[in-house]
Design a binder for this molecule. Sequence first.
Ligand SMILES: Cc1cc2nc3c(=O)[nH]c(=O)nc-3n(C[C@H](O)[C@H](O)[C@H](O)COP(=O)(O)OP(=O)(O)OC[C@H]3O[C@@H](n4cnc5c(N)ncnc54)[C@H](O)[C@@H]3O)c2cc1C
Length: 515
Amino acid sequence: MHDFVVVGAGSAGSVVASRLSEDPSVRVLLLEAGSGRVPRESRIPAAFSKLFKTEYDWQYRTAPEGELANRSLYWPRGRMLGGSSALNAMIWTPPAREDLDGWEAAGNRDWSWADLEPTLARAERSGQDPRRPGEVGIDVAHPDAVNPVTEALLAAALASGIPSNNGFRAGRMDGAGRFRVTQARGARVSSATGYLDPVRHRPNLTIVPNATVDQILFEGRRTTGVRYRATGTGAAKASGRVVLAAGAIGSPHLLLRSGIGPAPLLAGHRIPVVADLPGVGKNLQDHLAIGLMYRCREPVTLAGADRLANVIRYLIRRDGPLTSNVAEAGAFLRLGRETDRPDVELLFAPSFFVDHGLANPPGHGFTVAAILLRPRSRGEVTLASADPLHAPTIAANYLTTGPDLELLEAGLVRAKAIAERPEVERFRGAEFLPGPAENLERFIRTRSETLYHPVGTCRMGAGPDTVVDDRLRVHEAEDLWVVDGSIMPEITAGHPHAAIVMIAERAAEFLRHGR
Ligand SMILES: Cc1cc2nc3c(=O)[nH]c(=O)nc-3n(C[C@H](O)[C@H](O)[C@H](O)COP(=O)(O)OP(=O)(O)OC[C@H]3O[C@@H](n4cnc5c(N)ncnc54)[C@H](O)[C@@H]3O)c2cc1C
């Protein structure tokens, strides 16, 4: 019997398990479906896309997206200790002040920027200070040099009138600058390396990798534990209160399979209803990205990053191009009418990024991507089958509502204006994508891809379409919480990992103090 069973050791689950087990009288079991071995491609920053479509990736796909030429988009999600924080692009952008204040204004007590700033500060460590024994947190480094192509793009962005915002700190997103990254001494720091590795020795913390939870177990509406499958030992049960941290796809999928969700859907799959919550799986939001690419006239991009000389340099000195997180800098812009915060981001990368980096052409190139930060369109994660081995159906419904397409197109126009400024001339070769004759709308519909930020599918709040309350307790169930990116009522205007670590730190405060 454990006090808490945490499901999923990703960005959020690693943090919750670590914080809960600080109290030696609290027994915590952390179950992770993926591997306990952290592959080399996770540690070496520039190698992260080599983990795509491997055993470390859930390799989801959306249903055909009607507004994206009926394409079914590939959605990688991390499947290992650290979850998606072990294969992400390491960008650390705390949420915009307005995002959190918006969550609180929607009725969620104690979730304002002022409430959460100290929580976030607790999560962040400088990437330079050595850790004290047992000290947890995410190392955040601010690289003092980036690729010359990135520098040129940044100079062009600033020269075009975008204000400087180096490091994107303290809730202010507007402007252009270099990103801070979740690294220490040139290596990735995931939630698992930052929060679990320093405390693995605790006798009250049990971490079980290769353990996939199939179902949450209940007596009436009280949660009693989970049923899971572990490699080697087979089916097993674990009892305790349950904290679900399986991510924006995994958490709603598990709730639905366990009888928490829209009653008609559950009935259709012959799943006994524990709680009729129509909002489970709804409110899916993601950042859609479209990349403009050019050939580069000088051989300075990341195309040669994995040459033997760079590998040796990385192994000996932990520096050089292999420490790049690829998307090294960006700009947050307000392009829509009447917006009180950035709604489009530009990303600057000294590399092609064709088909998630899996189909880059030979030679040197660079990318300026435009990202829709505050989509109006909403999607859904739903059950395809009650069989736990069957992936859920994901419908992102990209570009189905309001000005989403218009904004992304405006972002692309800005991206092009920056890439074609004189500051970039030394590097800029022929346009590779979309190519001169291509129409921008068609380009977006046929080429845009996820920026890998799905959230919102177990929405926090009090309305009929919400799943958890502002203490992250699942409505109409006892002893069951959801703590991960799925609880966001509205997607944040930055990269979500920092916000999700913050959510997990907050949840641990609630759980420890029984608030
Ligand atoms: C390729 C990529 C690049 C990204 N780049 C950035 C970036 O640069 N900056 C940024 O801020 N964000 C980035 N993101 C997004 C960010 O990493 C995620 O939003 C965040 O990690 C999600 O955290 P989470 O805790 O909600 O879920 P996850 O970190 O995905 O954790 C869920 C965990 O639960 C486990 N799990 C799922 N189902 C089960 C089950 N049934 N039983 C047991 N375990 C289960 C999973 O294996 C996983 O370990 C990126 C994401 C990807 C995929």
